[in-house]
Design a protein around this ligand. Sequence first.
Ligand SMILES: NC(=O)c1ccc[n+]([C@@H]2O[C@H](COP(=O)([O-])OP(=O)(O)OC[C@H]3O[C@@H](n4cnc5c(N)ncnc54)[C@H](O)[C@@H]3O)[C@@H](O)[C@H]2O)c1
Length: 262
Amino acid sequence: MTNYIEKFKLKNKKAIVCGGLGLIGKEVSIALSQAGAKVLILDNNESAWKEFKEKNKELDLDFVKFDITDISNLGKNISKVYKDFGPIDILINTAYPRTKDWGNKLEDIKAESWQKNVDMLMNSYCLITKEIAELMKKDKIKGSIINFGSVHGIVGPDFGVYSGTDMTSPAAYSAIKGGIINFSRYAASYYGKYQIRVNCLCPGGIFDNQDKTFVANYEERTPLKRMGNPEEIASAALFLASDASSYITGTTFMVDGGWTCI
Ligand SMILES: NC(=O)c1ccc[n+]([C@@H]2O[C@H](COP(=O)([O-])OP(=O)(O)OC[C@H]3O[C@@H](n4cnc5c(N)ncnc54)[C@H](O)[C@@H]3O)[C@@H](O)[C@H]2O)c1
């Protein structure tokens, strides 16, 4: 008889979580570690690491300070991490670098800012995916790569949820997340014959003490009538990372309370 619970376990697996100290990344790191993986967090926020490690002493978590926006050295830097810590079975791309003018209206965005965000948030995910997949291929690892998309990579923003607030959804975000989603399909197709899986996990809005008007608008618009929480995203990441999803690749996995079904 198949032991289904065992399929969700990550015993003897090694995982890299890029952006593992963020709102979602922390919970993903905890979930993978609880399931038995050795987790290496790559993040540029060293002070957040000290606090996170202190709170989670019992978990097998490690950290390397890493900047995913150093595009010209990304291949070299990520392959050094792989060699020092690896071989790697699981890669999660959930870092969220953005420029200072992130959130400005479309008409106010300068070309250089647009290009920078595409480089920092989309090109970095694609290049890290390629680099790790090549190393997995060389080491014959049946790896799982999970790139973070968003509902905004699937549908345009419903600007109604921002009414009565000074919030908006940046235009570049839609372009970037759409790009990450389709690159993940490309990589899934490209690396499938090596049994390397590449999936895109797309959260809806996660509650983080946002403006009360926004939260109320967002809840009203969402079929489940609430925002999500990081733990709900982490469970989905654990599923996609584990052998429980061994026949799933190239998928765009929505964890959005139904946002994109209407
Ligand atoms: N929070 C949401 O509501 C939501 C919704 C949909 C999709 N997402 C996606 O989920 C992912 C994570 O979002 P989040 O809300 O946890 O973000 P966050 O801002 O809370 O965390 C991002 C993490 O990335 C790290 N980081 C930033 N720049 C970096 C760099 N140059 N190099 C390495 N690490 C860097 C930060 O230090 C931080 O730990 C993103 O891809 C985001 O687009 C989030």
